[in-house]
Design a protein around this ligand. Structure first.
Ligand code: SF4
Length: 319
């Protein structure tokens, strides 16, 4: 049983991606309103080998020896901010040796990119997916609830600096919440920023699952269209989730890897253990027909193993 290796799961940007959890707990430099894995337990900027490279790469070697399906990427993330892990560079190198030819991607909230040591540890990745939800300080404080050591201006400069040092692909992600960071002021600042940083693609997304805090509301389709049009953003699958924790919640195995005796019910239960999802989201994450998912969900509700909650004009199930 893997603790720090999960998936693979399919995402719009990375294809079939194996996830690595570099934190092992809810440790983050932000406590975002929309976080899909719940409130941050340890709000910190302290950098440590939270999950040591030897431990994580040992698990990855076991996965590689099990005859895994063809992967499109291995993605470093977790239940918080992966750049807090000081073994990041060793983990990137280890992934290349254990899974040769598979691109290494890193999800980050960008908060530590002002630190040259963090940028140096990250520069060996093939793809970096930094988040930047707003460049308006008041909006930043409201939506990302950062640790007191984190400065928005330092993040902005750190990302620009990283762009000059990094030869790989950069996919910038902007998550918009209604009434919080959907201002014209933010859009104008983001537009200037994108012109300077020149990411390979920009993804404008919103919440598709209940977030950590009840005041978070998804942006309307009109707001998303306004941001996407201005920023030239690429439309992504809305089931991808967001930020470093985006892949962690969808930890059910893909069909090529799962034990043949493992049923749909247990796969659905495992996936819902990570975060609340709708029938459609479960279907996309697990690659199963909605009818099969619905039957499994009904079984789990009957057995009182999961609960249902109405939100965003849909029904979310959670374990
Ligand atoms: S969304 Fe990402 S950056 Fe924000 S609190 Fe959750 S894990 Fe941290």
């Amino acid at each position: 049983m893997s603790t720090y290796v999960f998936g693979p799961v399919r995402s719009g940007r990375l294809g079939l991606s194996l996830g690595l959890d570099l934190l092992g707990a809810r440790i983050c430099s932000f406590d975002c309103l929309y976080c899909e894995v719940g409130p941050t337990d340890a709000l910190t900027t302290a950098q440590k080998p939270y999950v040591p490279a030897t431990r994580l790469l040992g698990e990855l070697s076991g996965f590689a020896a099990s005859g895994p399906p063809a992967l499109d990427a291995v993605t470093l993330g977790g239940l918080g901010e992966p750049c807090l892990n000081t073994d990041m560079d060793r983990i990137i190198d280890g992934c290349r040796k254990i899974l040769p030819g598979i691109p290494v991607a890193v999800l980050t909230n960008s908060s530590l990119l002002s630190d040259p040591a963090v940028r140096k540890r990250l520069v060996g990745a093939d793809v970096v997916l930094p988040s930047m939800d707003t460049l308006v300080p008041e909006e930043f404080a409201t939506i990302n609830l950062p640790h007191r050591n984190v400065s928005l201006e330092a993040i902005r400069r750190g990302l620009l600096e990283f762009r000059t040092e990094f030869d790989g692909r950069m996919y910038l992600e902007i998550l918009v919440l209604e009434g919080i960071n959907d201002s014209e002021d933010n859009l104008a600042r983001l537009l200037d920023f994108c012109r300077d940083v020149r990411p390979d693609r920009v993804d404008v997304v919103t919440m598709t699952r209940p977030g950590a805090w009840p005041q978070a509301r998804p942006a309307s389709s009109a707001t998303l269209a306004r941001f996407r049009e201005s920023l030239g953003a690429v439309l992504t699958e809305t089931t991808d989730g967001h930020g470093p924790a985006a892949l962690r919640g969808r930890s059910a195995d893909c069909p090529g890897r799962r034990d043949a005796s493992e049923g749909i019910v247990s796969r659905v239960a495992a996936s819902l253990g990570g975060r609340p999802q709708t029938i459609a989201q479960l279907s996309a994450a697990l690659g199963l027909a909605e009818g099969d998912i619905r039957r499994a969900v009904e079984t789990l509700v009957r057995e009182k193993k999961i609960q249902a909650k109405a939100a965003f004009d849909d029904v979310f199930y959670f374990g």
